[in-house]
Design a protein around this ligand. Sequence first.
Ligand code: NAD
Length: 376
Amino acid sequence: MYPLLSYKSNKGTNFGINRIIGKKLLTKRILVTGGAGFIGSNFIRYILRKYPSYRIINLDKLTYCGNLENLKDVQNHPNYKFVKGDICNSKIVQRIVKNCDAIINFAASTHVDRSILDSSDFVKTNFYGTFVLLEAARKNKTKLFIQISTDEAYGSIVKGSFDENSALSPNSPYAATKAAADLLVLTFFKTYRCPAIVSRSTNNFGPYQYPEKLMPLFITNSIDNKTLPLYGDGLNVRQWIYVEDNCRAIDLLLHKGKIGEVYNIGVGNEFTNLTLTKFVLQYLNKSTKLIKFVKDRPGHDKRYSIRIDKIKSLGFRPIFSFKEALKDTITWYVQNRLWWERIKKHNREFKSYYNKQYNPANAPKGEGSHESKDIT
Ligand SMILES: NC(=O)c1ccc[n+]([C@@H]2O[C@H](COP(=O)([O-])OP(=O)(O)OC[C@H]3O[C@@H](n4cnc5c(N)ncnc54)[C@H](O)[C@@H]3O)[C@@H](O)[C@H]2O)c1
C-alpha cells in the first residue's frame, strides 16, 4: 500500500538533528496552517509517521476545500490537535503561536480560476493572513517560519528555468498574492531577523486533492466517462511533484534549511497539460474523445519551469518516479470514490463553481467563461 494512505506508527525512526532549531524541536510543537487541505494533510500524516515525538497543531478555517476526512486516520493521534480557525484572526493565532516552536504556513486560497472570478479571499488569506502569522511569530520569537509558496510566483518562461534569484512576475491574482506574501516573509527576516524560509514548489499531485484541480478533476471525470475540459490548445507546460516528495523537501527545510533563503522544490520533469491528460486516459483505458478543448483561461501562463539545484544541494532526492506515482494516484482515486463523490455530487459549492466555470448556460449572466459539458 502507498505509504501516505494511512498512518502507521514508526517509533523506531532515527531522525536527523535539527541544525537550525536545535534538538529541542524534537519534543516541541509545530503549527501547521491549512492542514485540512491537500498538501497540509499529507504533510501532517508524513510528520506524525516519521517523527513520533513531534506535536502538530493544525489550524484550519475549513473553507470549501478544507476537509477533516483527509486526516481521519490520525484524528485521535496523541500528538495531533485540530483547531478550527482563520489565520487572519490575530487573537486565535497569537494564542496558538505562543506554544509553538515552528510555523509552517500552508493555509491559502489556492485555485487560480477562482481567483480570476473573485480574488478577495486570496488577498485576505494569502497576504493578510501571512502577515498575521508573521506578526505572531515575531512577537513570540518563534524559532522557524516556513512559507509554502509556489513556482507560479515567477510567472511564465519560454526557455530556460527560474532560479531562486529570478524576479517575481505573477500573472494571476492567486500568484500575485503568493508572491506578495513571499516578499513580506523575506522582509520580516531582513527587518526583524524573524527566522523564515520560503519554499516554491511546482504543481503537486497525489491523494486528497480537491477535485476542482486539473489532476483529480481529470482522473475522476475520466473514471465517470465525463468530458475533460482542457484549456486552450492544451500545450501549457507544467512540472509535477508527487506530494510525498514535496513533504520530504519541506521536512528537509525544517531540519536543514538556511534561514532567510528561498528554495525551489521540484523534480525536474515537464509535461504539457495535453500529454498529462493522455497519460491519465491511458492508465484508465479511456478514449481521448473525452478531451474537450475549452476557451483558454485569461492570463494563462504558457510554461512554468524552475531550477532545483539549491534544494538538491540540501540533499533532496525524490523517491517516487512520476509514472509510478501517477499510477498510484489514479488507483487511489479509483479506490476512494466515496471521498471525491461526496464533494462532486453533493457539495453545492463544487457544483455551482463547476457550472459557472465550464457551463455558461447554467451560470449567472456574464459569469460563465469556459464552455463545456455540464456535470451531473
Ligand atoms: N497544490 C499545488 O499544486 C501547490 C503547488 C505549489 C504551492 N502550493 C501551496 O501549498 C499550499 C497548500 O496548497 P493545497 O493545494 O494543499 O491547498 P488546498 O486548497 O487543498 O488547502 C488549503 C487549506 O487552507 C485552508 N484555509 C484557507 N483559508 C484559510 C484561512 N483563512 N485560515 C485557515 N485556513 C485556511 C483550507 O480550509 C484548506 O484546508 C498553498 O499555500 C498553496 O499556495 C500548492
